[in-house]
Design a protein around this ligand. Structure first.
Ligand SMILES: [Fe+2]
Ligand SMILES: [Fe+2]
Length: 214
């Protein structure tokens, strides 16, 4: 599937939840029951959320390290990393204000299983896969933030999710755009289809823990 060309900036008009879900490249929707559990366990959710933002910032910067000769990639992944650091700081500020602990590194089997699909040293596909991995991370995060936004009653957390959901949507589109410079559109779509199907299989097996990818 081809995302709309929206990665440059946020859309002018907010769009509804169903439209957000319809535009994401996900083949398995997160059940509402996950959002209800996350809403009931906001300290755990936000602690995990903070780590996710931190991790994706570091991943984006690592891409600039892998491909220093790719000026567009370096510029855009660095900008994305800076944005994720801002997201991290916003979540940390909420945790701190409320006296809720920030969690450290923890296992994220969903992300680990996805990342294990990247095979080093097989360019151009390694680069494409590194970018499509980023696209999947961002797309599922956008979906989960939006799912939680549908049910959460905490206004401050609602504002956070309403800001971050659209940002993560732009991010998956950006990763897909960067991957699309490396290969033909049909080949890219087929490659991404493999990622989407694999991710859907993982998502089907997830439990209902109050983690972003839990
Ligand atoms: Fe983020
Ligand atoms: Fe993001």
């Amino acid at each position: 599937m081809r995302p709309p060309d929206r990665y440059e900036s946020a859309p002018a008009d907010p769009i509804g939840f169903d439209e957000v879900f319809a535009e994401l490249p996900l083949l398995h929707p997160t059940p509402r029951s996950w959002a209800e559990i996350a809403a009931a366990h906001l300290p755990e959710f936000l602690a995990d959320h903070a780590v996710c933002e931190q991790q994706v910032a570091m991943y984006a910067l690592s891409l600039a390290g892998y491909y220093p000769e790719d000026a567009e990639l370096v510029e855009r992944t660095a900008a994305l990393a800076a944005e994720e650091v801002q997201h991290f700081r916003r979540v940390v500020a909420i945790l701190r204000k409320r006296g809720w602990p920030l969690g450290g590194r923890r296992k994220n089997p969903w992300a680990q299983s996805l990342r294990a699909r990247i095979v080093p040293g097989r360019e151009p596909w390694t680069k494409v896969d590194r970018l499509l991995f980023g696209a999947m991370i961002e797309a599922r995060s956008c979906e989960r933030f939006t799912r939680l936004l549908e049910v959460v009653e905490d206004q401050e957390v609602g504002r956070l999710l309403a800001d971050l959901g659209p940002a993560e949507r732009r991010h998956w589109e950006l990763f897909y755009h960067l991957a699309g410079r490396e290969t033909e559109e049909a080949a890219l779509a087929a490659r991404f289809r493999g990622w989407r199907e694999f991710e859907a299989g993982l998502a089907r097996g997830l439990g209902l823990s109050p983690a972003v990818h839990g």
